[in-house]
Design a protein around this ligand. Sequence first.
Ligand code: NDP
Ligand code: 8X3
Length: 252
Amino acid sequence: MKKLVYITGASSGFGKAIAEKFAAEGFDIIITGRRKDLLEKLAEKLRKRSKTEVLVQGYDVRRLNEVEKAVSELKGKWRKIDVLVNNAGLAVGLNPIHEGVVDDWERMIDTNVKGLLYVSRNIVPLMVTRKKGHVINIGSVAGKEAYPNGAVYCGSKFAVDAISKGMRIDLVAHGIKVTQVCPGAAVTEFSLVRFKGDRERAEKVYTGFAPLRAEDVAEVVYFAASLPGHVNINDLVLMPTAQASATVIHRK
Ligand code: NDP
Ligand code: 8X3
């Protein structure tokens, strides 16, 4: 029987690359995000390329009722989720704390922290019933070190770090693995979203060095998911070779 992965935020970036990787490795896939049109296009591509079965769920992780509805609509084999990748997330703005935009803060905390919790609260019980499963939370180097003007984004990812540790403790007796994957600078739509569509500013983030690509992160996530049953990666930080910490990037 094929394995099944549930990926949040699969319309772009890491989530999309993770869906492509797992499909290529023979998984069936549930992909979610708000931009349903992009998800449908990806689903079509994966069905053709990998003969994989793909289910699309368009919803906003910030809305508990939408999360609950989406999970309750899963029937039969689609409830047998082997791997949950909690990937949906974003940074909005880059400001010192005293100039922060409260709406930006709410978007980050509601998506990165509460959204991850809402999805987990609805999917993990399905794993507990089956006494197996693997939750992979996408954290960040920003959840390991705070950096200037990033207090709230970093705070949201520090929360993911703590939630991952707590989840692992709560789920160990149920045979469920919990892994946190923490990437450094990676080129996706992340900076375009952070800078609210300012493409020039977003592109500058990745000049003068080779950033991680979404495919690099997908390889690592798949590696964590493909280890034997008795082996778990608790926490993994990956960075571009040119990056040494959240704030130190060697640019040519
Ligand atoms: P992208 O902007 O390319 O992708 C973000 C994904 O999250 C999109 O598919 C988006 O889908 C989804 N998403 C955002 N908000 C919501 C929401 N409210 N409801 C549902 N889905 C949502 O960025 P990345 O791929 O880079 O980001 C993925 C994760 O990786 C995030 O958690 C990010 O914090 C983290 N990260 C990114 C790094 C980087 O440098 N790029 C490094 C470390 C971690 P849609 O808009 O369709 O809803
Ligand atoms: C994304 C990486 O360093 O831009 O989480 O915060 S960083």
